[in-house]
Write a protein that binds this ligand. Structure first.
Ligand code: NAP
Length: 292
């Protein structure tokens, strides 16, 4: 059995570092603050926002919640974002996705000040990431990189296959792996023989949203497997969370693997706190300089 990559423990280490940085900022009279904008009644979004606010409080980050009704107009959402952009007491802005379908998500994300864009979804940050500039980086892929570095150390020369090409996970993940000197392949729904490509990889990142799609035959013996997927399934009348990887089948083959839950999930929220502190430091004249 390959060892489990413990995302909870890794996230606790990130949060301990964040807390120490927050204390340093407090000593300088700076109170890092994260504003979360939630539009509508999506129950999962409410849970995510509650968890983010709770975690912020635990590390000393002030959080502000802005809740708008599902029928809020684009203009109303943009007004909130605009006010937060110019508020010097707010360092990070997160608009919880998905937005109700009548709201143009790209327009809202592009309205966020890139320096406060702690999700890293603004095109300024996306472009900076692909150019290797030190920008605010999407939290889930950034968390995956921490787990990979903790497990493998230097990633140079590794062949990494990313399954999935979404803007929030797959594409930034590929950019980060490339920046870490991996050879990167990205597999998606139109790929020919995705299983064959995947089975050549030293590192597999699964971000598909299909429960258990990646089985043992997709994995080269000794590969490191990071499962980003979070899928709720019903089994024997009970509901539970599973990843995109068939965990029971892959664990005997892989060198190391993340569980679901308890793998990537806790890292995402920890990296959000990390980004908020980076944003606060940058806005208060302390440059972002960090290794990815
Ligand atoms: P998404 O936007 O739906 O993207 C899914 C990607 O998978 C797409 O690029 C799609 O290809 C590809 N795909 C679908 N079926 C495929 C197949 N049969 N073979 C190969 N590729 C296939 O999903 P997402 O937002 O990236 O999220 C992916 C998963 O990660 C979900 O389970 C989500 O809940 C989870 N997630 C977890 C966290 C966390 O904190 N742990 C954060 C974000 C997301 P096309 O582009 O060709 O359609």
């Amino acid at each position: 059995m390959s060892p489990l990559i413990d995302g909870k423990a890794a996230a606790a280490r990130v949060l301990a570092d964040v807390q120490a940085e927050v204390e340093q900022l407090h000593a300088q009279g700076i109170e890092p603050a994260l504003a979360v904008v939630l539009v509508g009644d999506d129950p999962a979004s409410h849970v995510y926002v509650r968890n983010k606010v709770l975690r912020a409080g635990e590390v000393g980050i002030r959080s502000l919640e802005y809740r708008l009704p599902a029928e809020a107009s684009v203009a109303e959402v943009l007004d909130v974002v605009g006010a937060l952009n110019v508020d010097p007491a707010v360092h990070g802005i997160l608009v919880q996705l998905p937005l109700p379908t009548h709201i143009d998500e790209v327009r809202v994300l592009q309205a966020i000040d890139p320096g406060k864009d702690v999700d890293g979804f603004h095109s300024e940050n996306v472009g900076g990431l692909s150019q290797g500039r030190p920008v605010l980086t999407p939290c889930t892929p950034a968390g995956c990189m921490r787990l990979l570095r903790d497990t493998l150390g230097d990633l140079s020369g590794k062949h990494a296959v990313v399954v999935g090409r979404s803007n929030i996970v797959g594409k930034p993940m590929a950019a980060l792996l490339l920046a870490a000197n991996c050879s990167v392949s990205v597999v998606h729904s139109r790929s020919i023989e995705p299983q064959k490509l995947c089975s050549q990889a030293d590192i597999v990142i699964a971000a598909v949203g299909r429960p258990g799609m990646i089985g043992a035959s997709w994995i080269k013996p000794g590969a490191v497997v990071i499962d980003v997927g979070i899928n709720r399934i019903e089994e024997n009348g009970r509901s539970r969370l599973v990843g995109d990887v068939d965990f029971a089948a892959v664990q005997p083959v892989a060198a190391a693997i993340t569980p679901v839950p308890g793998g990537v999930g806790p890292m995402t929220i920890a990296m959000l706190m990390h980004n908020t502190v980076l944003a606060a430091r940058q806005q208060t004249g302390q440059a972002i300089q960090e290794a990815r």
